[in-house]
Design a protein around this ligand. Structure first.
Ligand SMILES: NC(=O)c1ccc[n+]([C@@H]2O[C@H](COP(=O)([O-])OP(=O)(O)OC[C@H]3O[C@@H](n4cnc5c(N)ncnc54)[C@H](O)[C@@H]3O)[C@@H](O)[C@H]2O)c1
Ligand SMILES: [Zn+2]
Length: 385
């Protein structure tokens, strides 16, 4: 019998910059590895929602490549990809992306560059990871959520059989280039949505960071970009460290701290036919688990209140009519269990910056937590009991 263990080193390249497509900006060129055989071949994919807000982006990408002919050459015209959850809800989009990668003749030392929100990054990343069993991926995240969370992740995938992220792969990106200038054109809704992932990671990893966010909600809500940029950077680094230093980048164990608030969030996204944005659903998921933790006496009233107030001050609704169908929401626990396998493990807030894994959910207490959120919405009930 042979049980041989082996290790593989990955390098996670994260860059923060502004105006990434200015030909004077070396960031993109510098993250590409010298091929020894001429410039790197790159095929660029652009989120259609981003392209609508940045009409010149195809020309900018072409202009950047033209200014750095020794470093990169475009393997084809920039490809537009539908933006938002739609791209993850229909498998034909992945086929189309694969078709473009195939036609461009990309090899495993070529690069797919993707500009867009978390959904487009997930779908294009999935296609890049399965073409030739892995073409290098450079992500240019263009939403708050993609810059402070998903762009750093090693997960790529799409929805199938009505289930979130059912098809996908773990595959670290070659590089991530966070250019905060892209955020200028985001809608209020999408801008706010992504900030919740910073709250999430702070709540399970870094109490001081949570306090800083809670103190800055007004500046964040009015899009003060100095404050936004600090919060995104800090959240991105915490997410990155979890992957590179947390000991379980490919989620082989059941602990999943970065999925705090997500069992209900994914279920609410499905129940609302993805009308709720991922971040909006996560805000409700965090509020629900906080109310639950309060119900079972795991968290103090003061801490629970400060979590809910922070989310409310950022402008999140902490209730949704879908919560009235509590049993259906609770089916999310089983989906979570099936998706992760093994012992059910859900992280609950035990205090600010303190997460605690639980291995079962008391359905009645969870239903009461949903009722609490409904009453709170109606009359601002505090979380006393
Ligand atoms: N892979 C992971 O680890 C991971 C982690 C968290 C979330 N996610 C996934 O990320 C997705 C959510 O991502 P999101 O919040 O970025 O939303 P999104 O990708 O749905 O984008 C929201 C909207 O913004 C548009 N858009 C993108 N950039 C823009 C810009 N700069 N200006 C104007 N419009 C722009 C898009 O076209 C879309 O209509 C979900 O599918 C979620 O499951 C993945
Ligand atoms: Zn998330």
């Amino acid at each position: 019998m042979i049980n041989a263990t082996f290790q593989v080193d990955f390098v996670h390249r994260l860059r923060f910059t502004r105006n990434a497509l200015d030909p004077e900006n070396p960031t993109w060129r510098e993250v590409l590895a010298p091929t020894g055989a001429g410039p790197a071949r790159v095929l660029a994919f652009v989120d259609a929602g981003l392209a609508a807000a940045w009409p010149g982006i195809d020309q900018q990408i072409a202009g950047y490549a033209a200014a750095h002919p020794q470093s990169l050459e475009l393997a084809g015209a920039t490809v537009s990809v539908p933006g938002g959850e739609a791209v993850k809800n229909d498998r034909r989009h992945v086929d189309e992306i694969l078709d473009q990668i195939h036609r461009a003749g990309l090899c495993r030392q070529s690069y797919v560059a993707v500009f867009g929100g978390g959904a487009v990054l997930d779908a294009v990343g999935y296609a890049a990871a399965i073409a030739h069993r892995g073409v290098r991926l450079v992500r240019f995240p263009t939403t708050t959520l993609a810059q402070d969370d998903s762009g750093l992740g090693v997960k790529n995938g799409i929805n199938a059989f009505g289930k979130k992220n059912y098809l996908g792969v773990f595959s670290p990106p070659w590089a991530v280039v966070n250019d905060i200038d892209f955020l200028a054109t985001l809608s209020e809704r999408d801008f706010r949505s992504g900030l919740v992932e910073a709250v999430k990671v702070a709540l399970v990893k870094d109490a001081a960071f949570f306090r800083r966010i809670a103190k800055s909600t007004e500046a964040l809500a009015r899009r003060d970009m100095d404050v936004v940029s600090n919060v995104i950077r800090e959240s991105a680094v915490l997410h990155l460290r979890h992957i590179t230093e947390g000991g379980d980048p490919f989620e082989l164990t059941t602990a999943r701290p970065l999925d705090f608030g997500h069992w209900a969030a994914h279920r609410l996204e499905e129940m609302t036919d993805f009308e709720l944005r991922h971040g909006e659903a996560v805000a409700i998921g965090i509020a629900l688990d906080t109310a639950y933790a309060r119900h079972i006496g795991m968290i103090s009233e003061e801490d629970a209140e400060s979590i809910l107030v922070c989310l409310e001050d950022l402008g999140f609704e902490l209730h949704h009519p879908a919560l009235e169908d509590g049993r259906s929401v609770l089916a999310g626990v089983d989906e979570f269990r099936e998706h992760l396998g093994g012992l059910l493990t859900i992280m609950m807030p035990a205090g600010i910056g303190v997460g605690r894994d639980v291995h079962e959910i008391d359905a009645e207490a969870m239903m009461s937590a949903m009722a609490t959120l409904a009453r709170r919405r109606a009359g601002q009930e505090r979380l006393a009991s």
